[in-house]
Design a protein around this ligand. Structure first.
Ligand SMILES: NC(=O)c1ccc[n+]([C@@H]2O[C@H](COP(=O)([O-])OP(=O)(O)OC[C@H]3O[C@@H](n4cnc5c(N)ncnc54)[C@H](O)[C@@H]3O)[C@@H](O)[C@H]2O)c1
Length: 265
């Protein structure tokens, strides 16, 4: 049984994770953590998630509960997750980070700290998206001259763009083609842009309403176009993936792992 700490307990993913953990006999919720000054601190985690009392109060001090034998599920912000990763590494807690929006510097720092404990960092925990990344890499290799464009749409309250998933799809395409991602990536177009550079990988973000997250990878060639689309219809697939990662990471050696490692792909 995994002893789960949900960090970001009052957020969209956090509340769903509390609900799923409390229903799943394979997991035991041992703590729920929020940011300092958040109104939900002090409330019962279950009541706050709309599933009735669980007897676990939301606290605002992650270091007080992180310890060996626990798995943290962290869906907060990139900056907060980096701080929590430091705490997890010091305390020996396993950690699954779903937060997105890591800058290159933050990513480098996370890669440095993560191997000190058992860590999964995955911008998208759904099985479908990870299969999409695998297929997109195969298509990128099979159609090396086709232009790769990634379009994503998310809810209006998402704070980072493009999505971590879009970036990871772009990285998968770059890796499959053996090219440097950062040197070929572009994130916007406006005005007289000139013709499309050969080998460019574009990630374009839309924000509207309550869209959970759609990603389309377009491969455009001469006289034909191949499009691969994944649509998240709810957060359930993402939360289930996070719990799957929690059960898996407990049995691994310390190190930094991806969702593809978790899924054995
Ligand atoms: N990897 C995935 O599969 C996946 C899926 C969904 C969302 N996400 C990402 O997860 C993150 C959260 O998404 P969300 O939709 O739940 O957002 P949200 O804004 O609904 O929830 C985030 C919660 O984190 C809390 N928080 C912020 N700083 C904190 C801190 N220092 N300590 C503890 N809690 C803190 C906030 O108060 C908030 O309640 C975003 O980065 C999002 O892009 C990833």
């Amino acid at each position: 049984m995994a002893n789960i700490i949900v960090v970001g307990a009052a957020g969209r993913m956090g509340r769903l994770l509390i609900e799923l953990t409390s229903r799943d006999p394979a997991h035991q919720l041992v703590a729920a953590v929020e940011g300092k000054g958040v109104p939900a601190v002090g409330a019962d985690a279950g009541e706050n998630a709309g599933i009735g009392k669980l007897g676990i109060k939301i606290i605002d001090d992650y270091a007080a509960v992180a310890r060996v034998g626990t798995v943290t599920l962290d869906f907060t912000t990139a900056a907060a997750s980096l701080e929590h990763l430091e705490v997890a590494a010091k305390s020996g807690a396993s950690i699954v980070i779903g937060s997105t929006g890591f800058t290159r510097e933050m990513e480098a720092r996370a890669k440095e700290i993560a191997p000190r404990t058992r860590t999964v960092i995955a911008p998208n925990m759904s099985v479908g998206v990870n299969v999409l990344a695998k297929i997109a890499a195969e298509v990128a290799k099979a159609l090396p001259d086709f232009d790769a464009e990634i379009i994503e749409i998310h809810h209006r309250t998402k704070v980072d763009a493009p999505s971590g998933t879009a970036i990871s799809l772009g990285k998968a395409i770059a890796a499959a083609r053996g090219v440097d991602f950062n040197a070929n990536a572009t994130y916007e177009r406006e005005g007289i842009t000139g013709v499309r550079p050969v080998g460019q990988i574009a990630m374009l973000a839309m924000r509207a309403g309550d869209a959970v997250g759609d990603h389309t990878v377009i491969f455009g060639g001469e006289g034909e176009r191949l499009e691969l689309t994944h649509r998240a219809q709810s957060r359930i697939g993402l939360a289930r993936g996070a719990l799957r990662a929690a059960a898996w990471i407990e049995k691994q050696q310390p190190g930094l792992y991806s969702m593809r490692d978790v899924l054995g792909m």
